[in-house]
Design a protein around this ligand. Sequence first.
Ligand code: TYM
Length: 337
Amino acid sequence: MVQSRVLSGVQPTGALHLGNWLGAIRNWVELQHDHDTFFCVVDLHAITVPHDPHRLAEDTLSTAALYLACGIDPKCSTVFVQSHVQAHAELCWLLNCVTPLNWVERMIQFKEKAVKQGDNVSVGLLDYPVLMAADILLYDADLVPVGEDQKQHLELARDIAQQRINARFGSDDAPVLKVPKPLILKEGARVMSLTDGRSKMSKSDPNEGSRIALLDAPELITKKIKRAKTDPQMGLEFDNPERPETENLLGLYAILSGKGRQAAAEECAEMGWGKFKPLLAEAAVTALEPIQTRYRELIQDRAELNRVLVDGRDRANAVAEATVARVRSSLGFLGTP
Ligand code: TYM
């Protein structure tokens, strides 16, 4: 039986946090047993904002090690680095030339990031979602597991594939590109900042206290949760729009403790923050402990990590090269003699 194909990725910018794990990587782990899964470290995306060249390689390796530490098994999944597969850059260019400028100009993430960059916005930042479309379309992915914030980028990838490539250069019975679907789970799809329950937990927030990094030490996790913003009300509950911090912290507890929403809501219905916060801290420390232990082992074995990435690159290349050749030919390029 042909398994459906899954592709996703995380940028190696700064430390990966609870949002990246709960919104994305945790779901990848579930999918890898009954899907054909490709997970890349999207280092080309990491340079769309100013970056430190002395850190990029190390952050890329560390992100790959975190994928494995979170439970991605290279025997089931293809794990690779985006810049090691040149077809990503080539397909991005081909897609650039058929994507209307106003489609990318209206992307919410571009607008948000552009405001932060001021005069320093690069063409690459505007082009970010087209490169992301190339990542996905190269692998004929059926499903793309991501957090809620990536929904608009996924819609763009679908529109480029359908309206700009298949409709113009393919036929109904022979589409050039597979049109992918987002996979956004309800739980964990939008983890919010610890310091503001109305904004997303993000790697780029200058306040480190706003996020829990997957590699934060237990004492730091406890400290960040202790300082997390709350509200003056007693008792925790879901679905009260006046209490975004409660929604977020109780939601995190439900997932990290493994108890689920209903049991967590019942347990904490009468609880004050002074009792709840240590419980949440313990759940977070316990959930992250096996990932941290495994990460420390993996990051020391560079030879093994490199072997995984070389093997991943070869497997990814084989699929990606075939797709880009198909697109080149449908666009009418002269083939190499
Ligand atoms: P990045 O690195 O910003 O985020 C990686 C993944 O983490 C999810 N995520 C969150 N989920 C829940 N709550 C949050 N606070 C939170 N913050 C981040 C993101 O939705 C994402 O799934 N553009 C992508 C990287 C990318 C990609 C791709 C993804 C490049 N090419 C192809 C899928 C397929 C991104 O957001 O990276």
